[in-house]
Design a protein around this ligand. Structure first.
Ligand code: ZN
Length: 332
């Protein structure tokens, strides 16, 4: 159904890439083939995701031309879902652990700043119920799909809403994007998680070729116990994000301080308004360069915006110094 109100602007833009760059079947390098975008509303904002999709280029391969999407995508939302899994987990907890009605849940979500209609809350509750009722063993269509695919790349994520104590565990296949098992658990011990992994292993018609997680100790132990021969890859993105957090904070502060040094561009431009000479033109260009440096954001964590701003301002300053040395720009 058409939306009555325009969706608000995203709070951030994120680029997701597959952590695995080789084809799972033939091991040849898969090519970054195209990009998809989607917008997902989570409890902490509206996120615009750009997804890099890879495809195997070996015509002999069973996965030839099959899209391989970033593993992390499924941790954000269900396929085609506009709301994050954290929202679904919260809706489920409020309904079943806290016994709230749909209008009450709707109010709670609106109170948290989530732009959501009451009808959507009902839909999300249905998604939650479908998830926790899902039994791979009884799901013929899904089993056929996995059989055809020949293998499962299993990702495991735990979502803990900030009410109650339950964690919604989701085990999904990265190749098809399908959820294979979802359970709400009060604890997440190694034994609990081993139980979930055993259930998926037993119900899956094909072998689990690899596991991807954020590397929590209990997950690591459970994977080692249930799937001892299976490689367990920690999600690059989570590691990088955690490691980069202090750098990101420091960089943000540095950028703020740098910005203070280049205030007052507008008054300089205003003074030049009447002038048509080449020198005024050059100064105007420098003002423009500073402006564009200020609006040019980096892409953390690998390209931080403070350092980028520093480099650009440095380049502008060096250029001005070179011109001044040649005597091209008179002081006035
Ligand atoms: Zn291949």
């Amino acid at each position: 159904m058409a939306r009555k109100q325009r969706r608000p602007e995203p709070t951030d833009h994120l680029a997701l890439e597959p952590a695995h760059t080789r084809c799972w079947v033939c091991s040849s390098t898969s090519w970054a083939d195209y990009h998809n975008t989607r917008t997902v509303a989570t409890l902490d904002g509206l996120h615009h995701l750009t997804l890099k999709i890879r495809r195997c280029t070996n015509p002999e391969c069973q996965l030839y031309h099959r899209p391989y999407r970033p593993e992390e995508e499924g941790a954000w939302a269900l396929p085609h879902g506009e709301f994050g899994l954290d929202v679904i987990a919260l809706v489920g907890t409020l309904r079943y652990a806290e016994h709230r009605s749909v209008p009450e849940i709707h109010q709670e979500l609106r109170g948290r700043g989530l732009p959501i209609a009451e009808r959507t809350v009902t839909n999300l509750l249905c998604r939650y119920e479908e998830l926790v009722a899902l039994h791979l063993a009884d799901h013929t269509h899904l089993r056929e799909h996995l059989t055809e695919q020949g293998r499962v790349i299993l990702a495991i994520d735990g979502l803990q809403p900030d009410v109650g104590h339950e964690v919604l565990w989701i085990l999904r296949d990265c190749l098809s994007g399908e959820v294979l098992l979802a359970r709400s658990l009060l604890s997440a011990t190694e034994a609990d998680l081993a139980g979930l992994l055993t259930e998926v292993k037993a119900a899956s018609p094909v072998s689990i070729q690899a596991v991807i997680s954020d590397g929590q100790q209990s997950i690591r132990n459970a994977v080692r116990a249930v799937l001892p021969e299976v490689p367990h890859q920690l999600c690059h993105f989570h590691y990088l994000r955690e490691a980069a957090q202090p750098i990101y904070e420091a960089d943000r502060h540095a950028k703020k301080e740098l910005k203070k040094l280049v205030r007052g561009i507008r008054p300089i431009e205003r003074k030049l308004e009447a002038r048509k000479d080449p020198e005024a033109g050059a100064i105007r260009d420098y003002c423009l360069a500073v402006r564009s440096a200020l609006t040019d954001d980096g892409r953390p964590p690998l390209a931080v915006s403070g350092l980028k701003l520093h480099d650009r301002l440095q380049a502008i300053q060096s250029s001005i110094e070179r011109v001044a040395k040649r005597g091209g720009l008179r002081q006035n």
